[in-house]
Design a protein around this ligand. Sequence first.
Ligand SMILES: CSCC[C@H](NC=O)C(=O)O
Ligand SMILES: [Zn+2]
Ligand SMILES: [Zn+2]
Length: 422
Amino acid sequence: SDAEEAVVSRFREYLRIDTAQPAPDYAAAVAFLRGQAGAAGLEARTLELVAGKPLLLLRWPGRRPSLPSLLLNSHTDVVPSEPHKWDHPPFSAALDEASGRIYALKVEDMKCVGMQYLEAIRRLRSAGFIPDRNIYLTFVPDEEIGGHEGIEAFVASKEFKDMNVGLVLDEGLASPGEVYRVFYGERSPWWLTIKAKGAPGHGAKLYDGSAMENLMKSVEAIRRFRTSQFDLVKSGAKAEGDVVSVNFAYLKAGTPTPTGFVMNLQPSEAEIGLDIRLPPSVHTEALEKRLAEEWAPSSRNLTFEFKQKTSVLDNFGKPAVTPADSSNVWWALFEEAVKRAGGKLGKPEIFPASTDARYFRVLGIPAFGFSPMTNTPILLHDHNEFLSKDEYLKGIGIYESIIRTLATLKDSNVDYESRAEL
Ligand SMILES: CSCC[C@H](NC=O)C(=O)O
Ligand SMILES: [Zn+2]
Ligand SMILES: [Zn+2]
């Protein structure tokens, strides 16, 4: 229909804005989104908590603003891509008419979600719905690089404290099957480098203690550990979010020449970069010990340095996870809302990567990760990321139900049944 076409074309417009790290065009994204917010009848404020990194805060005022509010969060930035390896340029938002697929960087991660929130609100408003609680939307910068100048700065602000947030919804993952995935916690990201030093020497000589040898022993140990964890996933014993993942981000060594590398020289330095993710249940001390003793021992001329070391623990040192069972009334309502919209929810999971949701959970604020995409391969941070327009439209209906239901949560302090004065 015409209306659906307009919805899809608004989405593609957002997708065409180049917000790729490390130089995202945040100004263009915020300008576009402010326009959309206006059309949805929302109050808008742009917060520049860090210069050049605008955060868009939108509000749909509720009838009872003293109730804890609902926050719908999404990030505007996107990982860098390798455009030449894409069949459709990553910022073209090409629509393949035959399959109905929209190809774009960030179409899954997570520009779909941000626009679906806005479209769902437009529909609810035109149906005459008014929320009881305040509903906020945040469009935040810098998620892909750790969130420090994005969501982390925001949760420390007065603006945030004044919002009295009761529940946050943030990104999840696409699901290749019929069942929507939902996340109640996430792994802690550790990014680190291991540097090796060693005696340089002739390429023909076999000797101990070269930088490469020192480092390769670590690579072997790390790979053994990686295999042991991956096997648990492959056998079905554990879910992806419940094991420690270790992956090599880069390898760096050698003596460069204008056309390549010196071949008959064993270099005196070598380096690797690791991306490690720890489930909330894992004791970090054990892994730190492994790192210091097995993976980067000084006895083998190795040193390590953290580039990012996050722990997803709350104030009491407990894993910061959101209860996803009947003890949490938000969960019960979330589940009910998805079901009401005709969706099936899978068992709540630990998100294998990182999202901004962790910054809320560590403060004790409940947060669920959810991106309503079924029948869609998980292509975030991959080439040729796509989402079908039908799946996108279906997701708007899911959010309509979620927002409608969560906007009217019974609060323990409020006698919800006697709403006569509303
Ligand atoms: C250290 S924060 C990094 C955040 C990023 N988020 C999604 O991909 C991730 O790599 O998981
Ligand atoms: Zn994301
Ligand atoms: Zn991402």
